[in-house]
Design a protein. Structure first.
Length: 113
């Protein structure tokens, strides 16, 4: 039987790399400032959300994602890096998101005949 290119081969491995855009939205708007003194409580507040110069943060952000990973038999692992672009509507303030993720997966494939 001739092997198709997309058939699952349990004895081979492969690597992948990618880069692309990310789009994120604000889900929660809570800020906690921890007190440095033991008898003073933490301060809880929220940011002003919007695109005006008087607001603290925008509700949406665009960024860049890079991913590198590999697959061997039924196991897959990857590392992702997300870098958000400036998310502050104020021209003199820079706020952005950064995220590093490590993913592990067990892949289930049907048996090919």
């Amino acid at each position: 039987m001739k092997k198709k290119e997309d058939d699952f081969d349990s004895k081979s491995g492969s690597a992948f790399i990618g880069i692309g855009p990310t789009f994120s939205g604000l889900l929660s708007n809570k800020v906690t400032t921890a007190s440095t003194q033991s008898n003073t409580p933490d301060i809880h507040s929220s940011l002003a959300v919007g695109s005006e110069n008087t607001n603290d943060i925008k509700p949406f952000e665009v960024g860049i994602k890079a991913i590198f990973g590999g697959k061997f038999r039924h196991f897959c692992a990857s590392i992702e890096l997300d870098i958000g672009l400036n998310n502050s509507p104020q021209p003199d303030t820079y706020i952005s998101n950064r995220q590093i993720a490590v993913n592990f997966a067990w892949l289930f494939h049907p048996k090919t005949k």
